[in-house]
Design a protein around this ligand. Structure first.
Ligand SMILES: Cc1ncc(C[n+]2csc(CCOP(=O)(O)OP(=O)(O)O)c2C)c(N)n1
Length: 316
């Protein structure tokens, strides 16, 4: 088994890139150049970074959801095309017809996402079944929120993955919220891992947002999945900084309090990665350039032509 070393510079680059991207989205959202709703991952960056660094970019298949900017960037999706997609331009990932909630890039095995909560979970398990039947030595990584576990499809899929010993890593990003509804108002028992274990799936709970820790557990889990072909479930505690959808801070809505400690914890994590990165200035310069290049590309691109309205879409 090859043991991967945690690369601080790469982690800083990805974390900072995700954060800077979403801060840029917030900055320009009011100007209406972004043509779709956005679900931001600010506060949750370390999960995508730790998992992506632990994954095998060439082989692993990634299923995400509508809150996917962080996953998409961390796993190396086409960055310019992502921005163009948000702008609704024809040079985007889906010719500008899909928007933020449906990102995908098959060149990096990042399956197009959906706004239907939990829908990708059964698809991910189906993909893992195909990998196993075809004896392909790859693994599926399936990101979902704890809210998706309110759906029956999650438990059916989990059961099937355990029964058929499928090579899949479930990554539950537990931000304790489904829109404005707290986990404790939706679930009688909050011990998610215990429930998952009762289905015969090994589960690991990661309490904090240490990118290195997440990387470490994910790397080990992925190696075990590859070797034994069996599912593993990671629950990672996290904190959503902004509103469920859109670019506002929603603390005045009254359903939750601003948790300054959590906000600080995330910034501390970013600063920690920065301190460990000798050439952090170069890294930051590279990110700024990537963002401005992607924005230029998106501003300059055309909207899709009306005559193409029916191309690349599924017809009844
Ligand atoms: C099948 C379905 N039911 C309800 C919704 C409305 N909805 C959108 S996001 C969401 C919350 C999901 O929470 P979670 O899975 O924890 O993910 P998070 O948004 O916190 O990342 C809900 C209920 C939906 N899109 N699809």
């Amino acid at each position: 088994m090859t043991i991967k070393k945690f690369n601080y510079a790469k982690a800083y680059y990805l974390f900072k890139k995700i954060r800077s991207t979403e801060e840029k989205i917030i900055e320009i959202y009011e100007s209406d150049v972004i043509k779709s709703p956005v679900h931001l991952s600010l506060g949750q960056e370390s999960i995508a970074v730790g998992i992506a660094l632990a994954s095998n970019k060439k082989k692993d298949i990634v299923f995400s959801n509508y809150r996917s900017h962080a996953h998409f960037i961390a796993h190396g999706g086409d960055y310019k095309k992502m921005w163009a997609e948000l702008f609704g331009k024809e040079s985007g990932l889906s010719s500008g017809k899909a928007g933020s909630m449906h990102l995908g890039d098959l060149d990096i095995n990042f399956i197009f996402t959906s706004a239907i909560v939990g829908s990708a979970i059964s698809e991910a398990v189906g993909y893992a079944l195909a990998l196993k039947l075809k004896k392909l030595n790859s693994r599926v990584i399936c990101y979902h929120g704890e809210g998706a576990m309110d759906q029956g499809t999650f438990w059916e899929s989990l059961n099937f993955s355990a029964l058929k010993k499928l090579p899949i890593l479930f990554v539950c990003e537990n931000n304790h919220l489904a829109i404005y509804s707290e986990q404790k108002k939706r679930m009688k028992t909050l011990n998610i891992c215990k429930k998952v274990e009762s289905f015969g799936v090994r589960s690991i709970k990661i309490e904090d947002n240490s990118t290195k820790n997440i990387f470490k557990y994910a790397h080990k889990a992925l190696q075990g999945i590859g070797k034994n072909s069996q599912p593993v479930f990671l629950e990672i505690n996290t904190y959503r900084e902004v509103d469920h959808v859109g670019t506002n801070y929603d603390f005045e809505l009254g359903y939750r309090k601003k948790d300054k400690q959590q906000l600080l914890k995330n910034l501390n994590e970013l600063n920690y990665l920065k301190e460990k990165t000798k050439n952090f200035l170069q890294v930051e310069k590279k990110i700024s350039k990537e963002i401005s290049d992607a924005l230029n590309y998106s501003y300059k691109s055309n909207f899709p032509k009306i005559k193409h309205i029916e191309s690349n879409v599924t017809k009844e």
